[in-house]
Design a protein around this ligand. Structure first.
Ligand SMILES: Cc1cc2nc3c(=O)[nH]c(=O)nc-3n(C[C@H](O)[C@H](O)[C@H](O)COP(=O)(O)O)c2cc1C
Length: 185
């Protein structure tokens, strides 16, 4: 099992070892049978930093922990050229079965009841590394919140596409983070 989850810097441990939300002082983790359960984990993929900034703002507001979804092979600017039909991103997005390798496989998600998944919209939908993340991690029984950034496209096509590919995924909310972020996205 790989555990690369970062503790939110706005959180702190109490003498009982529980995490407290930094901003408002609410206890954000529950203890079940002695096991500490953090409720929310924010995961995100970001190729050029826009989604990462939003994910970090969201983590600061919610006090949630945060995990970057990292491709084994980072995307170069040539890879991201959507005008080039042969670029890496173009080839991946044209291939439904494409699942680029990521570093975050079999992450221990057992302590989270809610997992946020954030990404930039690529060709109207989620980049294929998001499919890899969903395929290679156990999201069964979790509430999934989808967020995205884009150059103008909405999020609904991306969400509908994920729902069609993963009917078992319990997507409870989704939001394009174009403006100011609030806790209840
Ligand atoms: C390969 C590629 C495809 C994209 N496709 C779309 C698109 O279909 N619609 C859109 O509004 N923006 C599109 N964009 C723009 C990104 O969604 C937008 O710049 C995003 O905020 C980048 O986030 P990031 O910095 O976290 O990677 C695309 C960008 C790339 C690199």
């Amino acid at each position: 099992m790989v555990n690369q989850i970062g503790i939110n810097p706005s959180s702190q441990r109490t003498s009982q070892g529980k995490l407290m939300k930094g901003c408002r002082g609410w206890i954000m983790e529950k203890s079940y049978g002695g096991k500490i359960m953090a409720e929310k984990l924010i995961t995100y993929f970001s190729a050029s930093g826009v989604t990462e900034k939003k994910a970090k703002e969201l983590a600061a507001i919610t006090g949630a922990e945060i995990l970057q979804i990292e491709p084994e092979q980072p995307y170069t600017s040539a890879d991201l050229n959507w005008r080039d039909k042969k670029s890496r991103s173009s080839r991946e997005m044209q291939d439904d079965s494409s699942r680029p390798a990521i570093k975050n496989r079999n992450v221990d998600l057992s302590g989270y009841s809610s997992v946020y998944i954030g990404f930039p919209i690529w060709w109207g939908i989620a980049p294929k590394v998001i499919n890899t993340f969903i395929d290679e991690n156990d999201l069964k029984g979790k509430d999934i919140v989808i967020f995205a950034t884009s150059g103008g496209s909405g999020i609904s096509h991306a969400v509908n596409s994920l729902k069609a590919t993963y009917p078992e995924l319990r997507i409870v909310r989704s939001k394009l983070l174009s403006g100011r972020i609030t806790e209840d996205i």
